[in-house]
Design a protein around this ligand. Sequence first.
Ligand code: NDP
Length: 246
Amino acid sequence: MKFKNETVLITGATRGIGKAIALAFAKEGADVALVGRNEAALQQISDEIKALGRECSFFGCDVANSQNVQETVNKILDKHSRIDILVNNAGITRDNLLLRMSENDWDDVIGTNLKGVFNFTKAVSRAMLKAKKGKIISIASIIGITGNAGQANYAASKAGIIGFTKSVAKELASRGITANAIAPGYIETEMTGQLKDELREGILKMIPLGRLGTVEDVANISLFLASKEADYITGQTIVVDGGMAI
Ligand code: NDP
């Protein structure tokens, strides 16, 4: 039980990678605060986590809305009195080639993926600074490192997370707080479930380990980065992509 008596806040916890991260932390003893927009889904996951014997609360919140985020963090602190670990996971795609990409698609992706990380990190860092302790983990993407045709908005948001993480790591290090990012490659979730068979086969050919990643592959790295074993790691981006970007 690596995280007994610790509280982890996970954004985008209704499904996919966020849900897997929430369950992985709960299995390692953490109390969990779930954030997302689909409250019915959050309720179900909360029940699963409570069945493991952990405290769990859930909050409907749009990560792109700073006021909504501050109110949510206040409620979480009221309920759990601490936030030891923040996992910024909420993310969306609105893919299109640059010339066809609408301003809305740009704003939505930057608003959710990048401003959402800013909003939660800022709101949570006050409590972490006071506690002189904290682990901030943000889910970027391999696309933020390599770029990808049709994903200029998504790539910019994820590259932004990597730069943001390095800066925050430098700002908060003296108070014992670390900030790291994870850059997954292609992971089996609803987001990648929409890929056409042809495209999927093309992607598999580019992955030396010969398979898409699982949500657990990403959850395992989150557990490591939040653990004492990772106390001396900050400002880093850990790539979890089966070797795709070597
Ligand atoms: P899913 O689409 O399965 O889940 C996305 C999650 O984000 C959902 O819980 C969704 O909740 C939440 N979310 C989206 N917008 C908002 C918002 N405005 N406010 C609050 N919550 C929001 O995605 P994945 O699990 O596949 O991806 C999780 C993260 O991992 C994302 O940041 C993604 O970019 C990243 N990633 C994924 C990869 C993959 O291959 N799957 C590869 C690399 C990175 P709801 O809609 O219920 O509000």
